[in-house]
Design a protein around this ligand. Structure first.
Ligand code: CTP
Ligand code: MG
Length: 237
């Protein structure tokens, strides 16, 4: 069974308010994007990595990340689109000859080998494997005037992360369908499957450390998690 990973790094990082795009900001001596690439590169289950980035960052990514750190599994570096889902689609179009595809945010450096493995297993057995964690806070749906409309029971609210993993043909068809129907406001890949085929997705428990670096305070947290991660690697467990 062949598995390909699409790693997304074509975003602008507007909520980070930084001159450098967040995926290239330094975390404990390496660009944030380096960490997820390293985990996918080292996973025995992953055969190929497609890196999706901005048109203007292709050269930087090729020389300063992929060649410099010798990520041999990266077979293609392609330009993304104006929205995340369009970047995913660009990645899906160039993946070749794979059974399973893992879609991962390059802004999530703390993905683990174990998450990769469990989402692949779930995709094979249940048609999808979506990394997620139970909500810690109560979630409210609000209207445009900030009045509450609904409070879903907290024990049934889960926060979606990545990797989100699917049989390749299924997710490609789903993306083709929602793009043809010009559906907007797509914020994750699970939604694409739900919208295209009205199919529920299967959750796989992720981790509270698998954060998406989004706003400046996430960098402080990331530095702590990173030091912990590096210690684990040094000790070899
Ligand atoms: N992404 C992408 N192409 C886009 C938008 C996002 O490849 N057009 C990627 C980002 O690089 C990131 C992941 O999707 O790795 C998750 O997106 P998000 O956290 O929203 O990143 P940005 O869109 O870059 O940030 P912001 O929304 O604050 O502008
Ligand atoms: Mg975004």
């Amino acid at each position: 069974m062949r598995c390909a990973a699409i790693i997304l790094a074509a975003g602008k990082g507007s909520r980070m308010n930084s001159n450098t795009q967040k995926q290239y900001m330094e975390l404990e001596g390496f660009p944030i994007l380096y960490y997820s690439l390293q985990t996918f590169e080292q996973s025995a289950l992953v055969d190929e990595i497609v890196l999706v980035t901005g048109e203007r960052e292709i050269e930087y990514c090729t020389k300063q990340i992929v060649e410099r750190y010798q990520f041999h599994k990266v077979t293609k570096i392609v330009p993304g689109g104006s929205e995340r889902y369009l970047s995913v689609y660009e990645g899906l179009r160039v993946v070749q000859d794979t059974d399973i595809v893992l879609i991962h945010d390059g802004a999530r450096p703390f993905v683990t080998e174990d998450m990769i493995q469990r989402t692949i297993e779930s995709a094979g057995a249940c048609g999808s494997g979506i990394t997620a964690v139970p909500a810690k806070d109560t979630v409210k749906i609000v209207n445009g005037e900030l009045f509450s409309v609904e409070t879903p029971p907290r024990e049934r609210v889960w926060m979606m992360q990545t990797p989100q993993t699917f049989p390749y043909e299924t997710i490609l068809r789903a993306y083709e369908k929602v793009i043809a129907q010009r559906i907007k406001n797509i914020t994750d890949d699970a939604m694409v499957l739900e919208l295209a085929f009205h199919k529920p997705v299967r959750i796989v428990e992720g981790s509270y450390s698998n954060i998406k670096i989004t706003t400046p305070e996430d960098l402080d947290l990331a530095a702590i998690f990173c030091k912990k991660r590096n210690k684990k690697f040094e000790k070899g467990y």
